[in-house]
Design a protein around this ligand. Structure first.
Ligand code: NAD
Ligand code: ZN
Length: 352
């Protein structure tokens, strides 16, 4: 089969590989719709995870099951399925402890395009099919459903990590597709003011549609000054970080009220340390907490999140700015994610 791969740091291209083999608990899936992610860009062009050779990229997609292992109970060939970007080993002790993302070691639930071939191929392998796949309900657009693999669960996880409560003032730093789902998550959880930090007009418009009350352009001056001015010097209750770099944490801590929480879902592709400002962190005594997380993945989350789409509470199709047809179009789609022209939020490639 053919697949679009990371050939080495900074290099991508098409390769031929054997079709993956299905274990007794697993499934082999053919993609119906796939999407490139900013994480693929960090992995390839920043070499963020270290070198990878001939590793098929991609971790966002919906597909059709073509084969299942003998112990798979709930899925069969022909089923159309949602595939989460994170596919934990659900019997690992870390999963039993509530950290499926870190099954079998830190970030171990992230397999596609990290430790095994991803979804930008004619076929891909899904471990623990009963624990990780979810049926794609009839009537849900497969292109929109690709946002369930990663953008929706990750953005919403940002609002979970920040523990957004009714009436909270929330700042969402970075409003690419992940941050936009962070805005939507904060609104769903009852935030009052949502300050969305971004510079692209296309993203700002969609941020308002998902519930942002104010747009803060970081190119017009310090984010911190702008947030402090809007909150009359008090700061915000919660911060969701979905963009920026190792210096962004400094601003997030400074804009946070004592007792506030920061949920980081940004993938820090470079830099060695993150600085915490001593004074604004209350000399170590501010009760300002920081938690960063890879979204937990798995079937239950996919089933719950697709029900938000079915009930009309969340419409991810606003994220999709570019649609391509045919597996070979994953290359231009990925380049859009890499180059980020101003009009792009998220491209999707439809295969059937
Ligand atoms: P994106 O590049 O489309 O969006 C990032 C946003 O951050 C943009 O709006 C950009 O303008 C803004 N930004 C850049 N520099 C900034 C700065 N200095 N201050 C404030 N804002 C700044 O990316 P995306 O696709 O939305 O993904 C966001 C991040 O989430 C990426 O790092 C991605 O790899 C990561 N990610 C994490 C997970 C997870 O499970 N935790 C999953 C998927 C993606
Ligand atoms: Zn992704």
């Amino acid at each position: 089969m053919k697949g679009y791969a990371m050939l080495g740091i900074g290099k991508t291209g098409w390769i031929e590989k054997e079709r993956p083999v299905c274990g007794v608990l697993d499934a082999i899936v053919r993609p119906i719709a796939i999407a490139p992610c900013t994480s693929d860009v960090h992995t390839v062009w920043e070499g963020a995870l270290g070198d990878r050779h001939d590793l098929i990229l991609g971790h966002e997609g919906v597909g059709e099951v073509v084969e299942v292992g003998s112990l798979v109970k709930d899925f069969k060939p022909g089923d159309r399925v949602i595939v989460p970007a994170i596919t934990p080993n659900w019997s690992a002790v870390e999963s039993q402890a509530g950290f499926s993302t870190h099954c079998d070691g830190m970030l171990g639930g992230w397999k596609f395009s990290n430790t095994k071939d991803g979804v930008f191929a004619e076929f891909f392998h899904v471990n623990d099919a009963d624990g990780n796949l979810a049926i794609l309900p009839d009537g849900v657009d497969p292109a929109a459903a690709t946002m369930l693999s990663d953008m929706i669960p990750t953005g919403l996880h940002g609002s979970e990590l920040a523990d957004v409560q009714y009436g909270d003032k929330v700042c969402v730093i970075g409003i690419g597709p992940v941050g936009l789902m962070g805005v939507a998550g904060a609104a769903l959880r009852g935030a009052s003011n949502i300050y969305a930090v971004g510079s692209r007009e296309a993203c700002a418009k969609v941020a308002k549609e998902y519930g942002a009350t104010d747009i803060i352009n970081y190119k017009n001056g310090s984010i911190l000054d702008q947030v402090m001015e809007k909150t009359k010097g008090k700061g915000v209750d919660k911060v969701i970080i979905a963009g920026g770099d190792v210096d962004t944490m400094d601003e997030a801590i400074k804009m946070l009220k004592p007792g506030g929480k920061i949920g980081n879902i940004n993938y820090l592709g470079s830099g060695d340390y993150i600085k915490i400002p001593r004074v604004e962190w209350g000399y170590g005594m501010s009760h300002k907490s920081i938690i960063g997380g890879l979204m937990p993945g798995g079937r239950l989350r996919m089933e719950k999140l697709v029900s938000l789409m079915l009930t009309g509470r969340l419409d991810p199709s606003k994220l999709i700015t570019h649609r391509f047809e045919g597996l070979d179009k994953i290359e231009p789609a990925l380049m859009l994610m890499k180059d980020k022209p101003r009009d792009v939020i998220k491209p999707v490639v439809i295969i059937k």
